[in-house]
Every structure is written in structure tokens, then in C-alpha cells.
Ligand binder design. Structure first.
Ligand code: ADP
Length: 735
């Protein structure tokens, strides 16, 4: 027992129940070019705003609606944002507004806000829209004075509305804003682009694809048009060449899972930022760094974004790349590394042999990772070896050299082209060591899920008995379940989320026209509730059952009651997700029957087990890029570690650090010894002991109208653009 005088451990967590929106009014608008995911952001702002007790207003048609007032500014209700999560574009309208660029226009806009006591503004748009918002805030007190002088408002109204708080969210398919790794809409636009590129790929064999950005210029600043590239290819190479212009396709279609989640997280964060703002808080933008939401001063971001343009105008291209930040630089250098094949004579000759393999169930993006590893390895001078069928193939000797050309076209392919098995190495150590000797394997890259992690641990632990395993070994987490310790995200989970979300959209749509229906959908993930929870957030689920958050019959009863209440409103559909292992006895059938019985007369139910469709399909752009980037980084680590451990004519590596997992932790990509990750792992249920995404559960519940407690300790501090990354990290762009 703790002594009476022992100091109590201070609870530093901060819960948002202490933040109230009562008496406050928040307006939300979308401005500039529209982007997929804007609706999800609007929905999150509206629901979070209402949840905390604020009045929330839509401003239709961007700044034009703010200047014109009248019906353009309308109070939002909970139901008014239902069924918009899956819709592309912006439901509340966006416009370009010349008037807002003038003082007169902004004066009218201020008048319209003051008349409604709106002093909190959430602007979703690109850098132009956010610049306008900042200017508006800076002018605010002057505008109020003018309105007062003109007799348009009285002293009391001026007092009541004296401080205008502004929070921006970057909605733009271009990802052209400094301070955030991803803008809302970019991931969906990438989906459209790869859908078209994949489709074109199937029309011809031996096909080469050249992608030209609409604003591409040469070093002299002259435009590089697609027709120019076509003529060049025809003239110099004589190839039959066709041009396809993607145009507005990129802005269209339904938002991807990534954009819905990003926008939902940012929307909630924006409301928190508004609630916490004081009179002196500068306008801020909520953005994404690595996997974390951060707040940055809006003007710093805008200035840096404008500096990029200035550097481009002055043809200082290296400077422009540097100003875009490390994630952009990383992307560019990885792309360069993989697309240009150096001549053999230009390659260093390391004389090291590196093996690459897949372990566990297939996950989309594994092939992109293998391609990247093979090509980076070759560029670094290594001989690369492919192992087929995981450790089963390894001990049977299914190992052969793999060349640059062998992995051509692998990025967009689903499944595992190397072949993958769940077999662990433990029972075959002798034979595996023998194969390592035969092929003189000097380093190993394992790409896979929980089994890959267990495999690497077994090899690490066997180092005392087998010198062959005293080599640099690295694993990349690749599993749809996202249940590997040491990483916030694994390769494949995003593709799977998209499959879940697309299916939920279809299922929900199937009920339009019918009356009051609840869908109960079972997702995969083993004991890990990531897919169910994050899929639920992206699809707008009412309830998500997972193993990590135990529930009992009282919860089930409350959930049915919640749906019964919902059916009394204009929203007559319900979506319930259930992770396959959430509870041994409350099975999908049980829950379906319970809801059917208890909902009798109010709603009827349908159930769906998504099954293996969650494992298949072409990898999403996120998984292609994530797989590509982490594999390149892992190979660079392997090269460094090989050099460090090469002594006396041989490779010998037996320290903890030389058997590691490369994972994303909050803002950074980090190499972590597997031996240290052991303590962070629940081996019985095959999940990490701590899972970051559990923090998203309250968010999902709030958006589904449940009362809950939400820990906001992570958010709050305003940071500076240049300081958002930890110095030593190598962050790659990801949610
Ligand atoms: P984006 O926000 O996508 O960059 P624009 O640059 O067209 O798109 O800006 C959208 C709207 O934001 C403009 O039509 C205008 O109303 C407003 N805006 C842009 N820049 C400014 C500015 N410097 N001052 C005031 N308003 C601006």
C-alpha cells in the first residue's frame, strides 16, 4: 500500500469535457477548387461543434456566400450532414469570389457574421482561401470599427464579436501546401490517377508510361507539355505514342478511406482549436505530420508555400524542393532512385548478397516493397536474391537471384508475387542456416505481418547457435490487420480499408428507397480491431465491436436503443461493424439475431461477412508508395549496417540493433530492435499492447452521436512549420 504521504501521480491527461462550445457560434465554408473529402471535414466540424454545445452554420458557396449573406448562411443540424461522407466535391458549394479580395467585400462579410454572432470560422480550401482568411482576421477589429461608424452594428455587437478565431484545413488535390504531409483530396486524386494508369497498362504489353504534370517546366522555365513529350518520343525513339489527359477525373469520384479519415480527424481537431483559441491566438491550420495532427500558424505555412513558388519562378529548383519539406524531398529522391537504371559500370560493387522474402498472409503493397528493395539493393551494388514461399521455400532452397527487370510492373500488383507462407523458421533452423551458407546470404529483408515479426525474433534468438544468422536483418510490417508492434501502420491496411469502405458504401446504398434498415458487417483483423474501427470511422458506422474494448449485454442493449432513436429522425439506416474475434459468444449471428429481435417493428437487419475480399485487389496508392518508400529506407539501412559489420573479410552482426523492424511511430520512421518490441507485444492475441488508433474510437462515437470521453492531451500546442519534425527522423508521408 502506498504510504499516506506518498505524492499522488499527477494525471496529465486532458479531456475535452472541460471544453464547452455553449454560447459560441462556428461557421464552416469550403472555398477555391473543390476536393474529395471536403464533405467529411464539414461533417466532422458540424457534428463536433453541435456535440460541444455550439451553434454551427454552413456558409454556402465559399466567400461569395459570406459576402452575400441571406440564405447562404444557414444553421446546420446533425442530420443535415448525414449521407455526405461518401460524396465527392463539396455539398455546401465552393466558389471563387473576387469581392472578398476587396475591402468592401470583406466589410460586407464581417457584417453578415456579426449579425449572427459568428466569431469562429473554419475555412477549408487551398492557400488562396487561407490567405484570404488570415487577412480577414487581421482586419477584423478595423472592420468592426467601420461597421460601428456606419451605424450598421451597435457598440454591444462590436464588443460581443470583438475577437475572430480562424482555423484552416487544407483541401486541395494538389498537395501543394507547406506544413502538411497530405492535404485533403490528394489521396483520392491519386486513386483516380492510378485507376486510369492501371487500366491503360492492360491495353498493351511492353508498355511505357510517362506522366507529365500540368505545370511541368524545364530548367529555363519553359513548359513541358504532353504533346511535346509525345513528339520527342516519336521522333527520337520511333515508338507509337498516345496521350491521355486526365483533367477533371482527378477531382471526381468518391473520397478514399484515407481522405475521409484525414478529414474527420482534422475537422474534430479544428473545432478543438477554435474552442481553445484566445483573443491572441493567431489563425492556425490543422495539418498532418507523419501520423499526427498538429496545429501550425496559418501565415507561416502560407508564406513558406509562397516562397516555394518564388523559388520556382527564380528557377531555384533545389531550393524549392528543400522548402517543400523532408517528406517531399524523400518522395522525389526515392522516385529518382527507382526509375533510372544505372549502367552496370556505374554501380558500386559491394559483393554482398541480400535476400528478400514475404512471410504470412498476402497484403497489397508487398510487391511494391519487393520491387523497391530489389532495385535499391542493385543500385547500391548488392546481388539481390528472391526467396519464394516464405521460410518454407527458404529451407527447401527456393532462392534465386532477382534482377532489375524481373520486378518491372510489380508496383500495381496485388497479393504476393514471391509467394508467401505462414511457416515460422523455428523448426527448420538447420536447413535455413545451410541455405544461407550455400547462397552466402549476408543480409535479410523480411516483408510480412505478425509471423514475420515472430520469425525475425526466432532468428535473432538463434544467433548464439547459428553464426549464419549474425547478419543484418530487417522487417517491414505488411499485413491488412495492422497488428504488428512497433508501427502505427503496416503495408496493406490502407487497401483493405478501402475495400471495406467501398463495400459499406454499396451496402448502405442498397437500402436507399427501402425503409429503416440496419447492416451488420463482419471484418477481418484477428483480435486487432483496427480495420473495424478505422473502417467504421471512414464509412460512418453507428457502432463498432472490437476485442480491445470489451462490451456486455448492457452495451448491446444501449446500441439497439440508440438505433431505435436514430430511426425516429430522417436518417433511417444503421451500420454496425464487428471484428471477427471481438467476442467468442457475441458472434455476428448472435448480434444479427439480437438486433433483429429487439428492432422488430422499428428496423430490419441484414448481415454481411466481408471475408477475403479484404485481402485482395490492386494496392491503393498509399500502399504502393508506403511499400516503396519503407523498402528503400530499409535497404539503405542494410547497406550501412553491412558496411559497419564487415570486418576481417566477413559480415558479423549480433547486436540487438542489427535485427530490427522499420515502422512509423507518430511523426517518424524508426528502426527498432525486434528484441525490444517483444515487451510491447501481446503474443496470445497477436496484437501490440498499446495501439494508437484506439484514440480514434471516441471520435467515431462522437460522430455517431454517442456521448463519450475524449482524451485531447496530444493536441493543442501551436508549433512552428520548420520545427514540426524531430531532427533525426526520416518521416515519410502517411496518416
Ligand atoms: P485556393 O484556395 O484553392 O488556392 P483561390 O486562390 O482561387 O483558391 O482562392 C479562393 C478564394 O479565396 C478567392 O476567390 C478569394 O475569394 C479568396 N482569396 C484568395 N486569395 C485572397 C487574398 N489574398 N485576399 C483575400 N481573399 C483571397
Amino acid at each position: 500500500m502506498a504510504g499516506a504521504g506518498a505524492p499522488k501521480r499527477q494525471d496529465t491527461r486532458k479531456f475535452f469535457e472541460n471544453l464547452s462550445g455553449a454560447g459560441k457560434s462556428i461557421a464552416v465554408l469550403t472555398s477555391g477548387g473543390d476536393a474529395q473529402g471536403m464533405n467529411a471535414a464539414v461533417r466532422a466540424v458540424v457534428r463536433m461543434g453541435i456535440y460541444v454545445g455550439a451553434k454551427v452554420y454552413f456558409i454556402h458557396e465559399g466567400y461569395q456566400g459570406m459576402v452575400d449573406g441571406g440564405d447562404n448562411i444557414k444553421e446546420a443540424t446533425w442530420e443535415s450532414v448525414s449521407s455526405m461522407l461518401q460524396v465527392g466535391g463539396t455539398v455546401i458549394g465552393s466558389a471563387r469570389c473576387k469581392e472578398f479580395r476587396t475591402h468592401e467585400g470583406r466589410l460586407k462579410a464581417a457584417h453578415n457574421l456579426v449579425q449572427r454572432n459568428i466569431t469562429n470560422l473554419c475555412v477549408i480550401g487551398g492557400d488562396g482561401s487561407l490567405t484570404g482568411a488570415n487577412l480577414f482576421r487581421e482586419e477584423w477589429s478595423g472592420l468592426l470599427d467601420e461597421l460601428l461608424q456606419q451605424g450598421l452594428i451597435d457598440e454591444e455587437a462590436a464588443q460581443r464579436n470583438s475577437a475572430l478565431h480562424i482555423v484552416g484545413m487544407v483541401g486541395s488535390i494538389d498537395n501543394d501546401f507547406c506544413g502538411t504531409d497530405m492535404t485533403i483530396g490528394t489521396d483520392s486524386a491519386l486513386h483516380r490517377i492510378i485507376e486510369v494508369v492501371d487500366a491503360i497498362m492492360t491495353t498493351a504489353q511492353r508498355l511505357n508510361i510517362i506522366i507529365v504534370a500540368e505545370g511541368a517546366i524545364d530548367r529555363q522555365g519553359q513548359p513541358i507539355t504532353s504533346d511535346f513529350v509525345k513528339d520527342l518520343v516519336v521522333r527520337c525513339l520511333g515508338f507509337d505514342t498516345r496521350v491521355t489527359i486526365l483533367g477533371h477525373v482527378q477531382r471526381g469520384g468518391t473520397p478514399s478511406a484515407f481522405d475521409r479519415i484525414l478529414a474527420s480527424r482534422m475537422g474534430v481537431e479544428a473545432v478543438l482549436a477554435l474552442l481553445e483559441a484566445s483573443a491572441n491566438t493567431p489563425a492556425c491550420v490543422v495539418s498532418l505530420v507523419g501520423n499526427q495532427a498538429v496545429r501550425l500558424p496559418l501565415m507561416e505555412c502560407v508564406q513558406m508555400t509562397q516562397e516555394v513558388q518564388k523559388a520556382m519562378d527564380e528557377k531555384k529548383f533545389d531550393e524549392a524542393v528543400r522548402l517543400r519539406g523532408r517528406s517531399f524531398e524523400n518522395n522525389l529522391s526515392t522516385y529518382r532512385l527507382l526509375s533510372y537504371r544505372k549502367a552496370d559500370s556505374e554501380l558500386p560493387n559491394s559483393s554482398f548478397n541480400v535476400a528478400v522474402m514475404n512471410v504470412g498472409a498476402p497484403a497489397a503493397g508487398m510487391n511494391a516493397a519487393v520491387r523497391s528493395a530489389v532495385r535499391v539493393g542493385i543500385t547500391e551494388g548488392h546481388k539481390m536474391f528472391a526467396v519464394n514461399d516464405g521460410f518454407e521455400g527458404f529451407y527447401k532452397g527456393q532462392i534465386k537471384e532477382i534482377k532489375w527487370g524481373d520486378v518491372g510492373g510489380w508496383t500495381g500488383q496485388g497479393g504476393s508475387l514471391l509467394g508467401t507462407k505462414r511457416t515460422l523458421p523455428g523448426k527448420h533452423l538447420d536447413k535455413i542456416a545451410e541455405q544461407m551458407r550455400i547462397h552466402n546470404i549476408n543480409a535479410l529483408l523480411v516483408i510480412g505481418g505478425f509471423e514475420a515479426f515472430e520469425s525475425l525474433l526466432q532468428l535473432y534468438e538463434a544467433r548464439a547457435d547459428y553464426e549464419e544468422f549474425c547478419i543484418p536483418m530487417c522487417m517491414l510490417p505488411a499485413t491488412i490487420s495492422n497488428n504488428v508492434p512497433g508501427t502505427d501502420l503496416s503495408i496493406g491496411a490502407d487497401t483493405s480499408l478501402n475495400a471495406i469502405v467501398e463495400t459499406c458504401d454499396r451496402i448502405k446504398q442498397s437500402a436507399s428507397g427501402t425503409k429503416r434498415r440496419v447492416f451488420i458487417i463482419e471484418t477481418m483483423g484477428g483480435y486487432c480491431g483496427y480495420l473495424a474501427t478505422v473502417g467504421g470511422l471512414a464509412a460512418g458506422a453507428d457502432t463498432v465491436y472490437i476485442y480491445e474494448e470489451p462490451f456486455d449485454i448492457r452495451d448491446l442493449q444501449a446500441n439497439v436503443e440508440h438505433l431505435t432513436q436514430k430511426m425516429k429522425t430522417s436518417i433511417q439506416r444503421g451500420l454496425v461493424l464487428r471484428n471477427e474475434n471481438c467476442n467468442e459468444n457475441f458472434t455476428t449471428d448472435f448480434i444479427y439475431q439480437l438486433y433483429t429481435e429487439e428492432g422488430r417493428g422499428v428496423f430490419d437487419c441484414r448481415k454481411n461477412i466481408l471475408g477475403h475480399m479484404q485481402q485482395g485487389g490492386a494496392p491503393s496508392p498509399f500502399d504502393r508508395n508506403f511499400g516503396t518508400k519503407v523498402a528503400a529506407k530499409a535497404m539503405q539501412w542494410i547497406t550501412r549496417t553491412l558496411k559497419d559489420s564487415y570486418k576481417g573479410g566477413r559480415v558479423f552482426a549480433n547486436s540487438e540493433e542489427t535485427a530490427c523492424l522499420l515502422g512509423m511511430r507518430r511523426r517518424a520512421m524508426v528502426f527498432q530492435p525486434v528484441s525490444q518490441l517483444r515487451d510491447e507485444t501481446d503474443f496470445v492475441h497477436r496484437i501490440p499492447k498499446e495501439q494508437w488508433w484506439l484514440k480514434l474510437r471516441p471520435l467515431m462515437k462522437i460522430l455517431a452521436k454517442y456521448k463519450t470521453s475524449y482524451d485531447v492531451s496530444d493536441s493543442g500546442q501551436l508549433e512552428h512549420v520548420t520545427r514540426v519534425r524531430p531532427k533525426e527522423s526520416n518521416t515519410s508521408s502517411a496518416i
